[in-house]
Design a protein around this ligand. Structure first.
Ligand SMILES: Cc1ncc(COP(=O)(O)O)c(C=O)c1O
Length: 266
């Protein structure tokens, strides 16, 4: 681990990202937590502002720990810790961050398993990254084209489970085959997992370090206006995303309103 408390940048990150040092707010966070140290460098106005006058925790570690504990019990998911959770402004922000952190424009490719949520393609296109659509198979779009994905050699592959707009989840064996075969990252977007009668892919993150699972509080939890979501994965991957995420992106209201420790809505 580096002096700044973050894991070293992931070797698959873009070169320009690997060259970044930790954002200053992340370094300050730890110091400001110590008794007797006042924040005189943020240029905020604690007299006028009330409870929202101060920047939020840059890394809301207690919230991460609560959500990790929830994930570890919800559906029997294994060994998920605070360091395996990163909060974002909805899962949309995580999709964007993943592309910008790991995909080199003009060189890397993003695969989308179509038909699917259009934001994956949009985020890649906006970053100048080529998109390869790989069609889902099966009568209900439940089969991943493992060979097609391997042939496309993507840096990132987005798998939506359950999938917007078709509602089905990929066959578990296909997902495992993809995780075993692809050298890049596989992003499983579980925006609608609370509506699925299937186990989450979160438990697989402990076996597959290039798997990132996305969750959102916008859907079943009924909190779309809060803009809160989470990426779950290996610490080195998440800490690399933190190099690119704007400082304080997960605001104080979102930290306060995030129901991270609550039982799952039914
Ligand atoms: C599959 C899927 N992923 C992600 C999102 C974005 O959710 P959020 O509100 O967390 O940005 C949506 C929203 O419609 C969605 O359908």
């Amino acid at each position: 681990m580096a002096d700044d408390g973050l894991a070293p940048p992931h070797p698959l990150a873009r070169g320009c990202v690997r060259a970044l040092s930790a954002p200053e707010p992340l370094l300050r966070d730890a110091q400001l937590g110590r008794a007797g140290i006042a924040d005189l460098v943020s240029n905020t106005n604690p007299i006028a502002g009330g409870p929202l006058a101060h920047y939020p925790r840059a890394i809301p570690i207690e919230l991460q720990a609560r959500f990790a504990a929830f994930l570890a019990t919800d559906g029997g998911e294994a060994d998920i810790r605070a360091e395996n959770v990163m909060f974002t402004e909805g899962s949309s922000a995580a999709i964007d961050l993943l592309v910008r952190t790991f995909c080199e424009p003009g060189r890397d490719r993003v695969c989308v398993c179509t038909p699917t949520f259009p934001l994956y393609e949009r985020a890649a296109s906006a970053a100048g990254v080529d998109v390869v659509p790989v069609a889902l198979g099966g009568a209900q779009f439940e089969r991943l084209d493992v060979d097609g994905l391997v042939a496309a050699a993507p840096k990132l592959t987005f798998v939506c489970s359950p999938n917007n707009p078709v509602g089905t989840s990929p066959v578990a064996a296909d997902l495992e085959a993809v995780l075993r075969s692809l050298p890049g990252f596989v992003i499983v977007d579980e925006a609608y997992v609370e509506f699925a009668g299937r186990p989450s892919a979160v438990a697989l993150t402990t076996r597959f370090p290039r798997l990132v699972v996305l969750r959102t509080f916008s859907k079943a939890w009924g909190l779309a206006g809060v803009r809160a979501g989470a990426a779950i994965g290996e610490r080195g991957v998440l800490d690399t995303l933190r190099l690119v995420q704007p400082p304080y992106a997960f605001g104080r209201p979102a930290q306060q309103m995030s129901p991270s420790g609550s039982p799952r809505p039914r």
